[in-house]
Design a protein around this ligand. Structure first.
Ligand code: NAP
Length: 534
């Protein structure tokens, strides 16, 4: 007999765990399928040395339980990967989540049965269950991008990816290590590997802007003050475009309205605060290319002062607008290139051609290596969803519907795919915000929606094509007012060969959350609701 649930959730990362909690709160039976052997998603897989969240810990946490908020004590301004995983384990135990999670169980296929208004969920092991609703919480940055470089199979040493780092300790001391990629993962792993390796070669294609994290032990006074009014703290953060860091509001002034000296002083102040706050020093840095160039130049000046070799400093100086690829936050990143055993290899001018049995060959020469670390990122936002064979009404494959890029209504639903919700999906603020806030907003919205459907005897909910069309226009219109679409980033899918370029996230959390609330209050406008028995 086929086992049946009200809700199947795909993924037991931070999104899937809260969704499980919310669906239970709505009185529904739930099963979560998770590919990994444990919970935590991103934080389960990305266990590379130096991995640390670049969102402040007081904000990168769940807000669905006041008791949880009060009892958990963060130790650092930015939590390390092991600390976040301890938090995840605590949440799983405290809310007894494990009993509804099936680990080591990747989902292979989802097929909608229209007459029954049910999804059949097939795991890679071939087991099937049936569910009225499916929530995809498979992660925005979980489908690993491993570049197809010839000769990989011939390499005699070890090949690693930051997002699939082994659970066992990796021995790097005394070794010649190559790191490919200088995005957020590379910027964190490179200084950590430099501590151990005999020689470190960093293969850089595009220099990224790296702002100093200024990580430190968390001020107990700050933690106590936030806990004294966590609800107020969350509400103030929710009013920010990025859903965070309301303690440091954006200076609304244009950078062009102040003198050069005032501008430098403001840049210095925000640089000193650490993290991505430099982008809050003036109101027009992310909307005006000339304003952005001023802050870009400020960062390049910092790089020139930190990095002793002028040629290396020049190579490390990015050319694209700041923030159009996600800014990196690091500790000692640029300083690492002053160490005598660390070499920067420019693979923009001389691309990687081949992995050989004992190293990496670029167009400029060969570097002998014992270990290669790929920090080459992800097929973001759509990769994990399209990795599942999802077939909606009339067996329509999602990959066909999204052949020209993802199209959604509110990043929550897709026409032709009734009773299927995407969490933090394309078309929602997602990766442009504090993910934990985006997750909370989606998990509570979907949880409320499921309860509404049950209370009103509704068997199926489906985004309408008109609503999806209008939403797509709005996502593009809002993004078009910013510099985000102005360079080749993973936000656009530009990091994956052959992927259609569509700007995927929605810019601006408060307007988005308000729209979602209005849609719900209006009886789920833009969604077609089918009553039981109709
Ligand atoms: P990423 O930002 O996509 O960076 C990948 C890097 O690999 C880029 O430098 C890219 O160069 C390079 N690359 C890719 N293919 C290559 C090839 N064939 N040859 C040479 N270089 C190649 O990936 P990521 O660093 O893993 O970060 C992804 C996102 O995850 C971040 O933006 C962030 O949202 C999240 N993240 C967060 C944290 C944190 O909280 N601290 C840490 C890690 C990741 P190009 O730029 O030229 O393509």
């Amino acid at each position: 007999m086929t086992v049946s649930f009200d809700v199947v959730v795909v993924g037991a990362g931070l999104a899937g765990l809260q969704m499980l909690h919310q669906a239970r709160e709505a009185g529904l039976s739930v099963r979560v399928f998770e590919a990994g052997a444990g919970p935590g998603g991103t934080w389960y897989w990305n266990r590379y040395p130096g991995a640390r969240c670049d969102v402040e810990s007081l904000e990168y946490s769940y807000q669905f339980s006041e008791e949880l908020q009060q009892e958990w004590e963060w130790t650092r301004r930015y939590a390390s990967q092991p600390e976040i995983l301890r938090y995840v384990d605590h949440v799983v135990e405290r809310f007894d989540l494990d009993r509804d999670i099936q680990y080591d169980t990747p989902v292979a296929a989802l097929t909608y049965d229209e007459p029954a208004c049910r999804w059949t969920v097939r795991t890679e092991a071939g087991d099937e269950v049936v569910a009225r609703f499916v929530v995809l919480a498979a992660g925005c940055l979980s489908s690993v991008n491993m570049p197809d470089i010839p000769g990989r199979e011939t390499f005699s040493g070890e090949i690693l990816h930051t997002a699939r780092w082994p659970h066992e300790p990796v021995e790097l001391s005394g070794k010649r290590v190559g790191v490919v990629g200088t995005g957020s993962s590379g910027v964190q792993v490179i200084p950590a590997i430099a501590e151990e390796a005999k020689e470190l070669y960093v293969f850089q294609r595009t220099a990224a802007y790296t702002l100093p994290a200024r990580d430190q032990p968390l001020d107990p006074g700050l933690q106590a003050a936030v806990k004294a009014d966590y609800a107020g703290f969350r509400a103030r953060n929710n009013a920010m475009a990025t859903a965070g860091l309301s303690r440091y509001p954006t200076n609304p002034s244009s950078v062009f309205l102040v003198s050069a000296a005032e501008r430098e002083a403001a840049f210095e102040y925000f640089w000193g605060l650490g993290g991505p706050l430099l982008l809050r020093s003036f109101g027009d840095l992310m909307s005006d290319a000339a304003a952005n160039e001023l802050v870009a130049d400020f960062i390049r000046g910092k790089i020139r002062r930190i990095v002793k070799d002028p040629g290396v400093a020049e190579l490390l100086s990015p050319k694209q607008p700041v923030g159009c690829k996600r800014v990196c936050v690091g500790t000692g990143y640029y300083e690492t290139f002053n160490r005598p055993h660390v070499r920067l290899v420019d693979v923009a001018s001389a691309p990687i051609e081949e992995i050989t049995p004992d190293g990496m060959r670029t167009a400029a020469g060969t570097h002998g290596l014992d270990t290669i670390v790929f920090a080459t990122g992800f097929d973001a936002m759509t990769g994990a969803l399209l990795g599942i064979d999802i077939r909606g009404r009339d067996a329509l494959p999602l990959k066909d519907v999204w052949a020209d890029g993802p199209r959604t209504y509110l990043g929550l639903g897709v026409p032709g795919f009734p009773n299927l919700f995407t969490m933090t999906g394309p078309g929602s603020p997602s990766v442009l915000t504090n993910m934990l806030v985006a997750i909370h907003q989606h998990a509570t919205w979907i949880g409320d929606c499921l309860k509404y459907l049950a209370d009103h005897g509704i068997a199926a909910i489906e985004a309408t094509p008109e609503a999806e069309e209008a939403w797509g226009l709005r996502v593009n219109e809002v993004a078009g007012r910013t510099l985000f679409p102005s360079c080749d980033s993973w936000y656009l899918g530009a990091n994956i060969p052959g992927k259609k370029r569509v700007f995927m996230p929605f810019v601006g959390f408060p307007a988005y959350a308000q729209t979602c609330a209005e849609v719900a209050a209006g009886g789920y406008q833009g969604f077609a609701l089918t009553r039981t028995g109709t």
